[in-house]
Design a protein. Structure first.
Lengths: 285, 334
């Protein structure tokens, strides 16, 4: 059998074509991202003014003021949601990572968490409406925060499970061999070693709920008033953007663009921070 | 100490195994040709091991050696062991990993205050046996055991055993140094802290005592509150030993404690083992036969989940009685 030429073979051509196709697709995705972000930044930046952070809605459409109330509202909602969602999610993550190997519950819990993480957020909104708004008789901030917490729990559970699994088994063995119980090992060795990762898992969940609108539509409803009382209808950045963007006044639309820019920067910032922490942790172990 | 180093003797490789059951059979094999075939002095069959390729890959478990079960049905236990006081007794111990059986009825007594080495090729079950002595195998799913191990004649696989109390009495040092990502001080006093000790003074004293015993005090006393992960590998391993002895155990299990260390760090750890002799009962698993010869008083040779031969280290390396032991210690397999 004659030897094949080692130059310019058909195989090599195919390989180059494949590589080119991969590059083209990657470039396409990046281009879309850059276009969206670029458009957002260019319009949003033009509309962004210091008054956005300091002023409240004025009530006159021609001069809509700022979104201080919405920023504060989103902050409070995230805080309340984290207060409920983070501990439950973390404990579920600890169960999945540390106790699940011998428990018949592990598989169903993990599956449920995965399904919950994929549930459309409007479903969570309707659920919050039925369970927390209808019984109380009016829209309120608690319902919004709990709806967000419900979205947070499966995300925190699954990511914190992964983070805890990054802690080397040898730490656990060393602690157990020194006469520590399982719970002590988890609280004294495993969790301290995974702190960065656990914070990351909460941050990722926060980034996710910060951008949610649908769960708040039927729960917190939104408000144009500055309030810190969750018993009332509660303002949020996303809902305010939605209201302004769908309204007829160009000044309000501009303000919505500015709000989008602030929101995207917030989410991007949290994600980048989480990524840095995770990366450091993986390199550490 | 390193000066007490005992070199393993060279053993001539022969085509047939000479069975050293008793000195007199060795003196006159021809003069008294034993008429009953049950006690042959020489095994005529060509040993399987000699037909192996010269350098088998490390992961290939060598073929079982034809050991003539008529002569050896069970481990060879040297009588010198009977004179010892035993702190740990392994009694007809079987262990299964799911369907795979790793230990086949081990009977072994560990002498108090002595260093006992366990040698054998990879996968022979020596680490498994070691990890059974503080019930660390409980952490692994699908592990099932039969038989028992007794610590001071108390069976540790009984139903009402407090494994936490057991592990405080039977400490362990692992193959890879595994200090916690905390300060050196917190590592050493970990066992005391989980025991509820809060007095700073007591903790500091215990820390110094353990670090001195582990010959690490002079190197770290001025940076006790720095992270333990900043230490070198050898220092980390001695820190792990300090951490284990701070819990004041009776028995110290060591699972290949030097396999991740360079020769100088290894020498220091071996020196440390020598200095701990007498105060602790040490059971050490090692792949390094020179190390077993250097540090141990007694040596157990295991093969395919069974104990093959167990006796004083000098006898195991000098005049092994079982042909498998001889083949292993002379470097013909494993």
């Amino acid at each position: 059998m004659a030897a094949h030429s080692i130059y310019g073979s058909y195989t090599r051509l195919k390989s180059h074509l494949m590589l080119a196709a991969c590059f083209a697709c990657t470039a396409g995705i990046l281009l879309i991202l850059v276009l969206v972000l670029g458009y957002l930044v260019s319009i949003g930046f033009r509309s962004l003014h210091w008054s956005f952070f300091t002023e409240l809605p004025t009530g006159t459409p021609r001069n809509p003021g700022g979104m201080r109330h919405a920023i504060a509202g989103t902050g409070v909602l995230i805080f309340l949601a984290s207060l409920v969602g983070a501990p439950i999610g973390l404990l579920a993550g600890i169960f999945l990572s540390e106790y699940s190997s011998k428990s018949p519950l592990a598989g169903p819990v993990r599956f449920t968490a995965d399904v919950l993480a994929g549930v459309p957020s409007i479903v969570v909104g309707i659920l919050g409406y039925e369970l927390l708004v209808v019984p109380l008789g009016h829209y309120n901030g608690w319902a919004g925060a709990l709806a967000l917490a419900f979205i947070m729990i499966p995300i925190v559970a699954r990511t914190s499970e992964e983070m805890l699994r990054l802690v080397p088994r040898s730490y656990r063995e060393a602690s157990i061999a020194l006469g520590a119980s399982r719970a002590r090992t988890i609280f004294r060795v495993v969790i301290p070693a995974a702190t960065g990762g656990l914070v990351t898992s909460i941050m990722l969940a926060v980034a996710r709920i910060a951008g949610e609108t649908a769960p708040l539509l039927f729960t917190a409803l939104g408000s144009r008033l500055m309030t810190l009382d969750p018993n009332e209808p509660f303002p949020s950045l996303t809902k305010q953007i939605y209201d302004y963007a769908t309204g007829p006044y160009p000044e309000q639309k501009r303000l919505a663009w500015a709000g989008l820019l602030v929101l995207i920067s917030l989410i991007l910032g949290v994600n980048i921070l989480a990524r840095i922490v995770t990366h450091r942790m993986q390199r550490h172990h | 100490m390193l000066t007490a180093r005992r070199e393993p003797p060279m053993v001539e490789i022969e085509d047939t195994y000479e069975v050293k059951t008793a000195p007199e059979t060795k003196e006159a094999p021809e003069a008294a040709p034993a008429p009953d075939a049950k006690a042959p002095t020489k095994l005529k069959s060509a040993p399987v091991i000699m037909s192996l390729p010269p350098d088998p890959p490390a992961h290939v478990i060598p073929e079982p050696i034809d050991a003539k079960p008529a002569v050896f049905h069970g481990p060879v236990i040297h009588p010198e062991l009977d004179a010892e006081r035993h702190v740990l007794r392994v009694e007809n111990f079987h262990l299964h990993y799911g369907k795979r059986k790793a230990l086949h009825g081990i009977d072994m007594k560990i002498s108090a205050g002595k260093v006992t080495a366990m040698i054998g090729p990879s996968g022979c079950g020596k680490s498994t046996l070691l990890r059974s002595c503080n019930r660390l195998n409980d952490l692994i799913d699908h592990v099932r055991v039969e038989g028992n191990i007794c610590l001071d004649s108390q069976p540790i696989y009984a139903r009402n055993v407090d494994v936490i109390a057991l592990r405080k009495r039977v400490g362990m040092v692992f193959q890879k140094p595994n200090p916690f990502p905390m300060s050196i001080f917190e590592n050493v006093v970990y066992a005391l802290r989980i025991g509820g000790e809060k007095r700073k003074r007591t903790l500091l004293e215990a820390c110094e005592k353990a670090l001195r015993a582990a010959a690490l005090w002079d190197e770290v006393h001025n940076r006790l509150h720095e992270g333990a992960l900043g230490l070198s590998g050898g220092q980390q391993q001695r820190l792990c030993i300090a951490r284990a002895i701070a819990a004041d155990p009776e028995v110290l299990l060591m699972d290949e404690p030097c396999s991740a260390l360079d020769p100088i760090a290894t020498a220091k750890v071996e020196e440390l083992i020598n200095s701990l002799r007498g105060n602790y009962t040490i059971l050490i698993v090692t792949h390094n036969m020179q190390q077993a010869a250097r540090v141990s008083d007694f040596t157990a040779f295991m093969y395919l989940g069974k104990l093959v031969e167990y006796g004083p280290t000098s006898s195991i390396f000098g005049v092994p009685r079982h042909p498998q032991t001889e083949a292993y210690v002379s470097g013909r397999f494993g």
